[in-house]
Design a protein around this ligand. Sequence first.
Ligand code: NAD
Length: 258
Amino acid sequence: MTEISTFPEARTVVVTGGASPRGIGRVTARRLAAEGWAVAIIDIDEAQSRGVADEIAEEFGVPTVGVGASVADESQVRAAFDRIEAEMPQLVGLVNIAGVSSPVPFLEVTVEEWERVFAVNMRGVFLATRRAAESMVKNSLGRIVSLSSISAERGGGTFSKVPYSASKAGVVGFSRAVARELSPLGVTVNAVSPGPIDTDIMGGTLTDDRKQDLSRDVLVGRVGRPDEVASLIAYLLGEDAGYITGVNYDINGGLHFS
Ligand code: NAD
């Protein structure tokens, strides 16, 4: 029988894609810091990564580090985690938030576009998860949450199209299969699938007209907020969520039931 490991007082969460000023990642990093996590940001934008890490350290008084790395590049991911583990408390959490959109119609999708999207949305999730899991299993303790999307469930329908939808569907299958292997070793693995959220990923900041358009079939009548997604992620990362693994959580205001 697997022993239940309790959380250490000092614990680190790595948030990929945490640098975007209006993104889900930054808000999630702030939420986790407020709950006492030491926070490591990995984002392709090094200056913004450091800026968000400094802002969080100042505001919440927890250890932070901001690293510039592409999640699509194995050596950069390994170097980032090596540095984070050298400087920060025990790695307990990973949130795979880094992602790119792709509004290209299918008949115009080139191999380059396909590879660009999968490199970040799918290979990036694989590389960060693989590296984080190597450390987590040594402590028999870990929490991994990866961002999928309602786009995977509905076949697009918001902004991005086929490569995005396919890569985000991959995240769900990936999370379930990794959960099967790692849960017996103390690491839970889950996915979160947001509906339309008020960030800049859908081609820039949403105007009121676009928000209204995106809200048309949303039962609660509006687009979601990054902090609403962050609170779900924070729950799944918490000590209390140790019996939840291999699950894909919808957070879409009732736009889709699965
Ligand atoms: P965002 O564009 O604000 O943030 C994405 C972040 O990923 C940025 O900080 C960007 O710099 C980073 N990033 C991109 N490529 C990277 C790479 N190669 N390496 C490291 N970092 C990289 O977008 P967001 O809306 O906050 O989206 C966050 C996640 O949530 C994404 O995975 C997205 O697909 C998913 N999602 C968003 C929505 C939505 O409506 N906003 C809905 C469903 C799912």
